[in-house]
Write a protein that binds this ligand. Structure first.
Ligand code: GLU
Length: 300
């Protein structure tokens, strides 16, 4: 495979919608602005020539479209309000950067909502080409799908009502804690002794905390901060991170060549500033500090 050239002289800049415009105008589900918006992405010209014949990247570049699975209900990470045209958040931004390296403009990306439990099935069935959906890399998942990255590292915490007595991990023993089926969070909290209750989506779980039917919600701090920012008077994030969640880009094991492409495009986004710009426009808006750029795993 030829080396990927994203910053070539033929690269053109295509302006996406103005930063934050969608988020500012859109209605945002449970009340917030979705935690961040659109940035401009580079779209490579004649990108198909950058990839060898027979590779999935070449096929996608020639087809001129790609289907990407993202979350629709996680402010700052992946969010689509009722009147939004496209999802916004750090994960969709990474999707736009990857698509751009294939010469695919934002308008030619098909976004598909994924929930935690259908990420592997969607990749295995070809329903989506990529999953970029707060998708922690782990061995269990890597046994059935490819995961390149990490492009972001966070850790699991707790979201509780502002007047809650829960302030340490010990406090959750015997309490009802919700999370999402198919997530690492649900498995981890069971191991910590909470009475785990699994829902399909994090927005359902947040509603349980707001309604007082569970004592706490748990998942990655980055996700929880997005919800806390939407309900600052009602919710707060507590306890130090008690797991390490390394977000990767999921792809099908039928196309192992995608790993090098995804990894080199993420590397390039570190170098050209687009990763940082994407972060600041999205998760950064939820109050998350811009972290170190994680070192990428080698492709097998
Ligand atoms: N990052 C964790 C996971 O992949 C929790 C967040 C999620 O469910 O998307 O399971």
């Amino acid at each position: 495979m030829r080396t990927l050239r994203r910053k070539s002289p033929t690269t053109v800049v295509v302006a996406a919608l103005a930063a934050l415009s969608l988020a500012a105008c859109g209605e945002a589900g449970s009340g917030g602005d979705g935690g961040g918006g659109d940035t401009e992405v580079e779209v490579a010209e004649n990108a198909a020539e950058d990839f060898d014949e027979g590779t999935r990247m070449r096929e996608l570049a020639e087809a001129g479209n790609i289907t990407i699975g993202v979350k629709y209900d996680q402010p700052g990470i992946g969010f689509k309000g009722a009147t939004d045209d496209i999802p916004v958040g750090f994960d969709p931004e990474m999707g736009k950067i990857l698509a751009g390296s294939l010469g695919i403009a934002v308008d030619d990306i098909t976004w598909k909502e994924t929930i935690s439990d259908n990420r592997e099935p969607f990749l295995q069935s070809g329903e989506v080409d990529l999953v970029i959906a707060s998708y922690s890399i782990n061995d269990e998942r890597r046994a059935v799908v490819g995961q390149a990255g990490p492009y972001y590292v966070t850790g699991q915490q707790l979201l509780v009502p502002t007047d809650s007595d829960i302030s340490t991990l010990e406090d959750i023993k015997g309490t009802e804690v919700c999370s999402v089926t198919g997530s690492t969070s649900l498995e981890n909290i069971e191991a910590e002794g909470g009475k785990a209750r699994g829902f399909d989506t994090y927005s359902e779980c947040v509603d349980q905390v707001l309604g007082g039917t569970v004592d706490a919600m748990t998942t990655d701090g980055a996700i929880l901060l997005g919800y806390a920012a939407e309900h600052p008077d009602e919710l707060k994030v507590v306890v130090e991170p008690f797991s390490e969640e390394r977000y990767g880009v999921g792809y099908s094991k039928d196309f192992p060549e995608m790993c090098e492409w995804i990894s080199s495009t993420i590397e390039q986004s570190y170098e050209d500033g687009s990763w940082e710009e994407a972060f600041k426009a999205t998760l950064g808006q939820s109050g998350v500090d811009t972290p170190e750029q994680p070192e990428l795993d080698p492709c097998q």
